[in-house]
Design a protein around this ligand. Structure first.
Ligand SMILES: NC(=O)c1ccc[n+]([C@@H]2O[C@H](COP(=O)([O-])OP(=O)(O)OC[C@H]3O[C@@H](n4cnc5c(N)ncnc54)[C@H](OP(=O)(O)O)[C@@H]3O)[C@@H](O)[C@H]2O)c1
Length: 233
């Protein structure tokens, strides 16, 4: 049984991760930004003795700090953190606003930094501690121009920056015994991914959880797809 933190668990991939990890008998701290969208998560909490739901807006240092303190009062350590909370703007270069660009970085990059640093002391005490950052193939610089994917410039840049953050975490946190990886869940049918996406959310989460479970304990600083394939940075 692992102790696992998930950000952005009110819906989509975060909510499904929560469900599947609970089925595997892990203890889960699921965090949500808004009570308005977290109804299903609260219902799950009523039915699950292993689930703790906490409010956490990754854009706010105060909110992240207060959630981290509450977690440390209830959990002696964390083994895994899924930095899942994320936002997207499909506007291409030339149309995206600077405000939207900044707000995407605030959530997708700075938010991951805030949460990871805030829970570092708990991860240091965990068993084979691992940070899993939800990235995207849209963030691969090497795949640009070689695929039909693209158009969401601020999101693409934010995930490329997240990949760099992941790689740097994998180096800097290694001293503490903490590993960090970036995962692309594939194109998934959520509010973000839309109805045309390739995977049902349950399918994608099942796939990438099984890939994470099969990773050797030496795996660190990699960018991997839901299918276990290494994605070029
Ligand atoms: N779906 C795909 O095809 C796909 C592909 C590649 C990567 N990803 C990545 O996978 C992750 C999850 O995506 P998804 O498809 O599940 O998206 P989603 O359905 O739009 O859900 C996003 C989640 O993030 C939360 N969130 C947004 N801003 C937040 C903030 N400031 N603080 C805390 N939580 C916040 C949302 O909370 P609210 O309910 O309060 O808004 C929601 O729970 C994202 O990082 C995304 O970039 C998704």
């Amino acid at each position: 049984m692992k102790r696992i933190l998930i950000t952005g668990a009110s819906r989509g991939i975060g909510y499904e991760l929560c469900k599947q990890l609970l089925k595997e008998e892990h203890q889960v701290v699921a965090t949500y930004r808004s009570e308005k969208t977290a109804g299903p998560l609260f219902e799950l909490e009523d039915r699950s003795k292993n689930l703790l739901c906490l409010s956490m807006d990754v854009n706010s240092s105060t909110s992240v700090q207060s959630a981290a303190e509450e977690i440390s009062e209830k959990f002696p350590f964390l083994d895994q953190v899924f930095n899942n909370a994320g936002i997207l703007d499909w506007s291409p270069l030339g149309q995206v606003s600077a405000e939207s660009f900044l707000s995407i970085y605030e959530t997708n990059v700075v938010g991951v930094f805030r949460v990871s640093v805030a829970v570092l002391p708990l991860l240091q005490k965990g068993h084979e501690p691992l940070i899993i950052n939800l990235s995207s193939r849209l963030g691969s610089i090497e795949l640009r121009g070689n695929s039909h994917l693209g158009g969401a410039i601020a999101y693409q840049c934010s995930k490329a920056a997240l990949n760099m953050l992941t790689r740097q975490m994998s180096i800097d946190f290694a001293k503490e015994g903490i590993r960090a990886i970036a995962i692309s869940p594939g194109w998934v049918r959520t509010d973000m991914g839309g109805r045309e996406a390739k995977y049902e959310v349950s399918e994608s989460v099942k796939l990438f959880l099984s890939q994470i479970a099969q990773l050797p304990s030496s795996a660190n600083g990699i960018f991997m797809g839901e299918d276990g394939e290494i994605i070029p940075w």
